[in-house]
Design a protein around this ligand. Structure first.
Ligand SMILES: [Zn+2]
Length: 244
């Protein structure tokens, strides 16, 4: 099931016909305000970087990412492009189903944005049972690399020291550290709160955490741990699927 890594959008049809379809990897992100210092495409850029590294490690076919996501909680900021939940879910389900229909035994979905998580899981579940195929869904910043995240960062969060460090590692040129500002609210919810009023309280500047504490080396260590964890998880899953 493990083959050479391929960038699917670069392949000719004739080459695509010839290569064996084993594992597909696709990144999902958002176009969303990340404070004043991180690129608007942060979530897609991070998840695409990780997806590419994972595809190289496990010999998978990398599909083009889904760039736009569900970003209603930060939609009041300039630069956020918020896709309606039902549109995002239905579009994602179609893309995932189509990848599976092309014959892949396993589709690894690497999500980089919290607002997408529940919708994407539902989309992947529907696609899996409609096509009798297997999807692995990873919210990369919280499902994997947990020990490294805990060890390295003191003020994590949206555009916080964890995400700023990741972007400094991935694409330092597009980060403006002079514009970085920290934000730590007194009240931090421990449960899900769905409220535009609380969104404003938590994200007055589209930052939650220690943006100014971003560090490129920490970002590298974290991202490498994340790539390692996802690759190992995929390899274990491939062994199970190979028995079928
Ligand atoms: Zn983000």
């Amino acid at each position: 099931m493990v083959n050479l890594m391929e960038y699917i959008w670069k392949l000719s049809g004739s080459r695509y016909d010839r290569i064996e379809k084993g594992v597909a990897v696709i990144a999902v992100g958002s176009v969303e305000r990340h404070g004043d210092h991180l690129p608007l495409g942060t979530d897609a850029m991070e998840s695409q970087f990780i997806a590419e590294e994972v595809a190289k490690k496990i010999g998978a076919h990398l599909f083009p990412p889904i760039w736009y996501g569900s970003s209603v909680s930060l939609s009041r900021f300039p630069g956020t492009i918020n896709v309606d939940d039902d549109a995002f879910k239905s579009y994602s389900r179609s893309v995932l189903k189509e990848i599976a229909r092309n014959g892949y035994k396993l589709v690894v979905v690497i999500n980089g944005h919290g607002g997408n998580s529940s919708l994407l899981k539902t989309a992947a579940k529907e696609a899996a049972y409609e096509t009798n195929s297997t999807f692995m869904m990873v919210d990369w910043w919280r499902d994997v690399g947990k020990e490294a995240r805990q060890k390295l960062f003191t003020m994590p969060g949206h555009a916080g020291d964890d995400e700023t460090s990741a972007m400094l590692y991935i694409d330092e040129e597009d980060v403006d550290m002079e514009a970085a500002r920290d934000h730590s609210p007194e009240y931090m919810p421990k449960v899900s709160i769905l409220s535009p009023i609380v969104d404003k309280y938590l994200y007055p500047n589209a930052v939650l955490g220690g943006a100014t504490k971003g560090d490129k080396n920490k970002g590298k260590e974290w991202i490498e741990a994340v790539v390692e964890d996802i690759s190992n998880e995929a390899r274990n899953l491939i062994k199970v699927l190979a028995k079928e």
